[in-house]
Design a protein around this ligand. Structure first.
Ligand code: TRP
Length: 329
């Protein structure tokens, strides 16, 4: 059986892209693997959130995970900062992480560009913290998107370096969990590219119906096809891609047919798409609200998750300390 670790940044709520790109697969995956899912709240400190914002967004994302179907009885669901073994391993890994390789990391270079006044050591060592998250459970699979592949590569470097330095075969080399066909990329509705929080084009699971209608009606389109069976330009294809995941096959076929015969009215298509998105997200939104209002339940789940995560993490740390030479007199 695989041991899988996945972290999600705690900044902000989940959107449709997160759901279809990751969560939907996590829900299936949790039954076939030993899964550790956590909220990466230490990572989010690189941007200095206020205490209220930090706490609020961790709680929100935790509730959203539960609402989407991650089952705390099946998987281990926890908050990163509840597991002190992670920062301990992070400190140890930092001793063998080199400035050059950390500086060459693309995500670090991007951050230098996007926030030149806040190039802190936490940003530089983001990959060692992520490596600690993963190898603390001796995971062998990590479900990551393209943007995280380099971090996973660095995780293998740090794990392998530890093994070589201490002449042990202790940490496995974690590889990407491949969802294959099942992986759906959700586009934004602003003409091109993917849906994302930083892209400012996201439809959130917790959005009210009114907000969803407004966002969908603003979607970029064009003057419409002029010849039958024309290939669809990107903004139009994006509408269809979204429709494919939320609407019935009949609905998709109906608008496809209209497109191919050049009589499509994008206004009608958007109205239908908005209602189908709402039919999908609204039960989730209500479940999120329900869970958020039940603080006792949330606390219990987080405590139980932390307990399970620490069982595994403390086993690893104990051995690591012993390997390094931290031993009782
Ligand atoms: N870096 C990941 C992201 O930005 C989040 C993350 C932190 C993560 N630690 C992890 C993902 C460990 C997988 C495994 O999305």
């Amino acid at each position: 059986m695989n041991t899988v670790v996945s972290g999600i940044r705690s900044t902000g709520k989940l959107h449709l892209g997160n759901y279809f790109g990751a969560l939907k697969n996590f829900v299936r995956m949790q039954h076939e693997n030993q899964c550790y899912f956590f909220i990466a709240d230490y990572h989010s400190l690189t941007t200095h959130p206020t205490p209220e914002n930090l706490h609020g967004s961790v709680k929100q994302v935790f509730a959203e995970y539960l609402a989407c179907g991650l089952d705390p009885e099946v998987a281990t669901l926890y908050v990163q900062s509840d597991v002190p073994e992670i920062p301990e391993l992070y400190l140890l890994l930092n001793m063998n992480a080199y400035l050059g390789e950390l500086e060459r990391c693309t995500s670090f270079k991007d951050k230098i560009r996007s926030m030149p006044n806040n190039v802190n050591a936490g940003l530089l060592t983001y990959p060692t913290l992520m490596a600690a998250d993963i190898i603390i459970h001796k995971a062998n699979k990590v479900p990551v998107g393209k943007d995280q592949e380099q971090h996973l590569e660095m995780t293998r470097t740090f794990a392998g370096r530890f093994n070589r330095l201490y002449k042990v075969d202790f940490f496995p080399q974690p590889v990407a969990y491949n969802f294959g066909e099942q992986l759906v990329k959700i586009p934004g509705l602003d003409g091109s590219g993917k849906m994302g929080k930083s892209e400012g084009n996201a439809i959130y699971l917790s959005d009210e119906p009114k907000a969803i209608r407004k966002k969908v009606m603003k979607a970029v389109t064009d003057g419409g096809p002029t010849e039958p069976n024309q290939p669809k330009p990107e903004p139009i294809q994006n509408l269809f891609t979204l429709m494919n995941v939320v609407s019935s096959a009949d609905t998709v076929e109906f608008f496809n047919e209209k497109y191919n015969s050049c009589v499509i009215r994008y206004g009608d298509m958007k109205k239908q798409l908005a209602e189908d998105i709402i039919a999908f997200t609204d039960p989730l939104r209500l479940r999120i609200e329900d869970i958020l209002s039940n603080t006792d339940y949330l606390r219990k789940v987080a405590e139980r998750g932390a307990e399970k995560a620490r069982e595994s993490a403390s086993r690893t740390i104990k051995e690591v300390r012993n390997i390094i030479g931290f031993k009782p007199f």
